[in-house]
Design a protein around this ligand. Sequence first.
Ligand code: MN
Length: 291
Amino acid sequence: MTQKTSFYFHPHNIFGGLSNRSYEEAKFLVVGVPLDVSGTYRTGYRFAPMYIRQAAAQIEFKSLRYENELSDRDIFDLGDIALGSNLESNLKDIENSMLELRNEKKIVAIIGGEHTITYSTFMGLKAERIIIFDAHFDLRNEYAGMRFSHATWLRRLLENIDTEDVLIVGARATSFDETSSNPPKVLHVNPLQLRSEEINFIKDWFKKDKKYYISVDMDCFDPAYAPGVGNPEPEGISPTTFFDFLLKYVSQLDIVGFDVNEVVPQYDLSGITSVLAAKVILEIINMILSK
Ligand SMILES: [Mn+2]
């Protein structure tokens, strides 16, 4: 009997409800990194890849800004990296898996997980510069007795790369505790500056001959748009500001990988944070495809 395939949804939770048609043809690899170890407030990051994959299956793929619609053939979803409770061995495993993927010459789309993963994904993919969208600076030297955590990972990364290779967009939350440990001075633009368009001081930072990594902590958005995050922070940016920023400054850069992190589905009662996270991934893919 011929199988009536049109009657059936794909039984597995593959990103966007896609079919994982061809690994060879795919330009993008989706990888879930459900790290959920160092959270100190609202945890549950481990469930985010599952929810964001589902959300991506229920929204359209065509981009308004790029006049592009990614297809089934563009993306292959590898599944999640298996992780346990030992943070440092998890970080090693994440970095090693990225080192492997780097040889595949594809762009890696990572679904976190807590923000700590970005230390390892960036290092493994051997990117040169990082654009971070985040309410926070994550520059503490130690947090809750940990040298590696969601609040310290950028400080650790800056022990490996130069300060001038980092830009933080949407930053608005810091503390005396953070600034008193003399963190490196990182170029950043806050939501008020983004609204008033007084951001000429960053326009020369973008260089076309460098390899970039984009990290999107979903708490960069205002909690009205993204309530389901570990550490919500009022006065964040809107999705429109975010997508306009990508179009204006990021769309022509050489991107080797990106992540979307810090979603906590249990606090995302309407599911809108996962939908926005899925949209961020789809839009970045369309942006890169239309370059
Ligand atoms: Mn954050």
